[in-house]
Design a protein around this ligand. Structure first.
Ligand SMILES: Nc1ncnc2c1ncn2[C@@H]1O[C@H](COP(=O)(O)OP(=O)(O)O)[C@@H](O)[C@H]1O
Ligand SMILES: [Mg+2]
Length: 278
């Protein structure tokens, strides 16, 4: 088999699932807020569909998306760009390469800022002017004032209460309209599993929906870490279980996300209420 053959590798690629939620109005209200020129903050646990929701909104508005993933190392250059040496007519010149914030502002794109509350708080005030009625920032790298295109909008995501996150400062929080995004459950989750995974058997899907409710409950009371309740992990388990016993699929895709063996055991115990090793 030729691994470079496009047809062979194409089967590995999947288009991302349609965003499906059990929250009435979430999608329409978020879209309305963007159309009214607001910036959005999505608050919710890992794997709850925040990025997928932002991508869906960008599609609906016909906007391209620029992304920034915050970390403690995030600095001004990662947001605004950097200077580098280039050649022009045989001479060395200093060139400026735009970063995602400047690109989104100038070209009227959506800026998605993931894990905003992981960034060091002193880096973020540079965004204040871009996010309020001024829609401008002064780029310290070029000393230029950058004015946002009318289509420029920002969606930021935070995952509250995680190690390494800090509460968002009020000045920043003030500039956003806040939407809670929680794990999709119930009939909407069954629909997502049907659309996004290889599972099609209704009773099997129903068992995964109930198992997910147990995981979410256990993570809410702190018995399990949030990664274990992630919908991403559940969808992976559903996919795998079309090719192996569900308990094995759950071990790989869900239980092993926990580092503590007691947490792994709890996941498998919950799963054994719905699935057998056949
Ligand atoms: N409500 C949902 N609708 C569609 N897909 C979802 C939903 N929740 C989670 N997913 C899927 O789970 C995975 C993780 O979602 P993502 O948007 O990256 O989560 P987050 O940004 O909250 O960590 C993606 O593959 C995504 O398609
Ligand atoms: Mg994400």
């Amino acid at each position: 088999m030729n691994v470079d053959d496009g047809q062979e590798t194409a089967v590995l690629r999947r288009t991302p699932p349609r965003f499906i939620t059990d929250r009435p109005h979430l999608l329409e209200d978020a879209e309305a807020a963007l159309r009214l020129g607001k910036h959005l903050l999505f608050r919710g646990p890992t794997g709850s569909g925040k990025t997928r929701l932002a991508e869906t909104l960008a599609e609906r508005l016909g906007l391209e998306m620029e992304s920034v993933n915050c970390s403690v190392d995030l600095d001004l250059e990662a947001l605004l760009g950097y200077r580098t040496l280039g050649l022009s007519e045989g001479r060395t010149v200093v060139e400026y390469v735009e970063g995602p914030v400047v690109r989104a502002m100038r070209r009227g794109r959506m800026l998605y800022v993931d894990e905003l509350n992981v960034a060091r708080p002193e880096v973020l005030p540079i965004l204040h002017g871009a996010l309020d009625h001024r829609r401008q920032l002064t780029n310290p790298l070029t000393a230029e004032v950058v004015t946002a295109h009318p289509n420029f909008c920002v969606i930021a995501a935070i995952n509250e209460g995680y190690a390494g996150t800090s509460p968002l400062n009020e000045a920043l929080l003030n500039r956003f309209v806040v939407f809670d995004v929680s794990y999709v459950q119930g009939d909407a989750l069954a629909q997502l599993i049907r659309e996004a995974t290889a599972l099609s058997d209704s009773s099997q899907i129903e068992r995964f929906v109930r198992f997910s409710a147990d995981l979410v409950r256990a993570s809410q009371v702190g018995e399990l870490p949030a990664e274990v309740a992630s919908i991403r992990a559940l969808l992976d388990a559903c996919d795998l279980s079309s090719h192996m016993p569900s308990l094995r699929a759950i071990r790989y895709a869900v239980a092993n996300k926990a580092s503590d063996p007691r947490e792994q055991d709890l996941v498998m115990e919950l799963a054994s209420g719905y699935f057998s090793n056949l």
